[in-house]
Structures are given as structure tokens and as C-alpha cells.
Write a protein that binds this ligand. Structure first.
Ligand SMILES: [Zn+2]
Length: 159
């Protein structure tokens, strides 16, 4: 397998870095790191063909492919679809959970109760059960994060 898997800690893309600055004590070394968080492999100076497997094997020990897929989808929603924390905070409580429930029902091949899907019908894009559950999981994460931010804000405002 030559392809770098998603970060086991945050689900973001990973990249290989070759250290070539002559003044760097690690010049000539290479490592793989997450583009978002600080996760990385050790620096390899030889046997660099093992870099990919060194990175990819970190993943299985911590997150299953399913969990990694949910986190990746969450970041895709934030970066690609504008579901930023600020935008999510404008939603009434439960709205993201309703969207998640819609995709979970779709995965179960069940009909949606009228009014459950919170957005315009053109935004409703069910695919297959796994993909729908990944979206549901990511939307549940978004709702939990929104709840946590609201609690944090309330605690801060109350001080
Ligand atoms: Zn990461």
C-alpha cells in the first residue's frame, strides 16, 4: 500500500516531508505528518520505503477505518461545505441531530418522517448505507461540538 491513510488522531490528510535544509540537523531525513495536528512518524534517514507503512500502522492501533471515515467526513463538512463552528452555532439546537437522524434512517432503508430533514430537499443526498452512516456520524459530532460550545459560552458568560 503506497497511499497515506488519514491521520489516526484527527482524520485529516497526511503528507510526506523531506528535510532538505542544509542547516537542519535532520537534513536528509523524511517523515510523514498530519496536515492539521501535530501527529507524525519518527524521522527516517534510511529505509524510507517503510515510511508509509509506519504512518498507516499508527491508524489501526487507535481508530478503525469506520471511525477515521467519520472524522474525515467531519473535516470535509467544515472545510468543504462551510459547516464551520460559527455557522453551526446559528442553528437551533437539534437541527444537526435531525440531519444525522435522516441519514441514519436512510441507511436503515426506512422512510423519513415528514419534516425530519431540516434543510432544503436539494441538499438531501443519500448514497449507500455506509456512506450515509458516515455522514450521520459526522453530523452527530457536529451537534455534540455545538452543545459543548454553547455550554462553554454559558459558563464563560456566567462568570
Ligand atoms: Zn491529525
Amino acid at each position: 500500500m503506497n497511499e497515506l491513510l488519514f491521520c489516526p488522531f484527527c482524520g485529516c490528510d497526511a503528507e510526506r516531508v523531506d528535510i532538505d535544509a542544509a542547516d537542519d540537523e535532520n537534513a536528509g531525513g523524511s517523515f510523514v505528518r498530519c496536515r492539521r495536528c501535530d501527529a507524525s512518524t519518527a524521522i527516517h534517514f534510511d529505509r524510507k520505503e517503510n515510511l508509509t507503512s509506519a504512518w498507516n500502522s499508527r491508524r489501526g492501533a487507535i481508530l478503525s477505518p469506520a471511525a477515521s471515515a467519520v472524522l474525515s467526513e467531519r473535516f470535509r463538512q467544515v472545510d468543504g461545505e462551510g459547516h464551520t463552528p460559527a455557522a453551526d452555532d446559528t442553528y437551533p439546537g437539534g437541527l444537526l441531530a435531525r440531519a444525522a437522524a435522516s441519514y441514519a434512517l436512510s441507511a436503515a432503508r426506512m422512510a423519513l418522517p415528514a419534516g425530519l430533514w431540516p434543510w432544503h430537499a436539494s441538499w438531501w443526498k443519500p448514497k449507500d448505507p455506509r456512506r450515509d452512516l458516515v455522514r450521520a456520524g459526522a453530523l452527530i459530532l457536529a451537534e455534540i461540538e455545538r452543545i459543548d460550545r454553547a455550554a462553554e459560552k454559558e459558563a464563560t458568560d456566567g462568570r
